[in-house]
Write a protein that binds this ligand. Structure first.
Ligand SMILES: [Zn+2]
Length: 473
């Protein structure tokens, strides 16, 4: 099917809710098998990559601490500064702010990584980059007012500390997570898969942070990825002697954050041009009114967010609505009975699955299979999947209140990765998001080890497929 036809056919079916009755796992398995059989030549994630190696290097130079990673490195992004340590005050919140280091340590110990040098080190997202989505007023408050940091982290004692300290130990690390998410999306487009060992701050929106989420790294990363791809496309077109929209590549190559309004107006430009049949007049209008926006739109990069954190991803939803982002699709499966219960943001969800507290493996995984089946039918084939893999679905998690076992999380993650590779045929960028149980880090490490083994992500590494940890039920 042609991409255009596929999109048109899917358009009327937006905003569906998956019914309560779990769908047949056999049907999902059959669909997966059929998709795989249809194209037996493609067995790995490299086959679903969207850009050539190195094509995005220049666009991400400001977010990459060293040179753009070569083949000896993995698209796994991590910085020690992800871990927040604040004289023990951070322990007043159930969030294990040191879990990211534990994940990496376990992957190293178990031979999943050959060494730390296989990891990619990000740089902090600057306030200028954050302004691509966040308002100037909010950025001023989060960077200057203790009260705003307290609202986001829910740690009242922080209010008593000098703001400079708060910035250094709390806000800057969170900006590092944003940089990591942005970089992971770029790496996923090149390699077919990537993991940010952090990120997934899905409660934050343009003018508000909440629930330990100060910045909307997901929408920031998506918009950055679109600009990066547009720059690469413009460069390739220029190299081929074709005329690229003037200034589009240059604007993006400079890494400039386009003001939101400007970018949004432009985001619709390619679609508008297509509607009038791609005439010269439309092309001219596109080039003159939306040169910068063309870069922001990224040639219409369609992104599907699969948000399986136990909480509704209301910040991403709010920003999708506010920005009028018609190329951002959301599958959100969460506990409907807990924070944030944001009805306004629910309008942004394309496939919504609300779970009851205590939901266990069988029901959870069946609902997920049904949702993915639905996504394959009603959503356009995405250019990128952003997988928000919260582990607060674990039984015993004090905030998520679901009943999924450690083995269930491992199976869930593998299901999503397999669906991306074999059914959606899209690159996947995985983010860790929430997870407040004591064994969250161990379960994340076990799941990553399983993914590495099943998909042979690090050929030559010592680790074999590990057993899921037995705790966490
Ligand atoms: Zn959560």
């Amino acid at each position: 099917m042609e991409p255009g036809a596929e999109t048109a056919a899917c358009a009327p079916a937006r905003y569906v809710t998956v019914p309560d009755a779990p769908s047949s796992p056999a049907a999902a398995a059959a669909a997966t098998a059929a998709a795989t059989a249809a194209d037996p030549a493609t067995s790995g994630f490299g086959a679903v990559a969207r850009v050539a190696p190195g094509a995005l290097a220049a666009s991400y130079a400001d977010l990459c601490a060293a040179a753009w990673p070569g083949p000896e490195q993995l698209p796994v992004v991590y910085h020690p500064n992800y871990n927040i340590s604040f004289f023990g005050i951070e322990k007043l919140h159930p969030f294990d702010a040191g879990k990211f280091a534990k994940v990496v340590k376990t992957l190293n110990r178990d031979g999943v990584l050959r060494s730390d040098t296989q990891l990619v080190t990000p740089r902090e997202a600057t306030p200028e980059l954050l302004a691509d989505v966040h308002t100037a007023d909010y950025l001023h408050r989060i960077h200057n007012h203790n009260f705003t940091v307290v609202q986001v982290t829910e740690l009242a004692p922080l209010a008593m500390l000098p703001n400079k300290l708060l910035q250094w130990r709390v806000v800057a690390p969170m900006r590092m997570h944003v940089g990591g998410t942005m970089l992971a999306m770029g790496l996923a487009l090149e390699r077919g898969w990537a993991v940010n060992v952090g990120g997934g701050m899905h409660h934050a929106s343009a003018d508000r942070g909440m629930g330990w989420c100060p910045f909307d790294d997901i929408v920031l990363g998506v918009r950055r990825a679109r600009r990066a791809v547009a720059t690469a496309e413009a460069a390739a077109a220029a190299g081929a002697g074709a005329a690229a929209p003037e200034g589009a590549g240059a604007a993006a190559a400079a890494g400039a954050a386009t003001p939101a309004g400007q970018a949004d107006a432009a985001a619709g430009a390619p679609a508008a041009a297509a509607q009038v049949g791609g005439t010269a007049a439309a092309a001219a209008a596109f080039a003159t009114t939306a040169a910068v926006g063309a870069a922001a739109a990224g040639g219409g990069l369609k992104v599907l967010v699969i948000d399986l954190d136990a909480h509704q991803g209301n910040g991403v939803g709010r920003d999708k609505l506010a920005l009028g982002d018609g190329q951002l699709y959301i599958l959100d499966m969460y506990n409907g009975g807990i924070f944030p219960r944001d009805d306004e943001a629910k309008a942004a969800i394309d496939i919504k699955v609300e779970l009851k507290s205590g939901t266990e493996d069988d029901v959870y995984l069946n609902r997920l299979r049904a949702a993915l089946e639905r996504a394959a039918l009603v959503l356009p084939r995405p250019d990128l999947v952003v997988y928000n893999a919260g582990t607060d679905v674990l039984a015993g998690d004090p905030l998520g209140r679901l009943g999924v076992s450690a083995a269930g999380v491992v199976e869930r993650d593998e299901l999503v990765w397999r669906w991306c590779r074999d059914v959606a045929r899209a690159p996947i960028a995985m983010l860790l998001s929430g997870g407040y149980a004591r064994d969250s880090a161990a379960v994340i490490a076990a799941s990553l080890a399983n993914l590495f083994a099943k998909f042979d992500l690090n050929p030559g590494a010592a680790a074999a497929a590990p057993a899921a940890p037995s705790s966490g039920a």
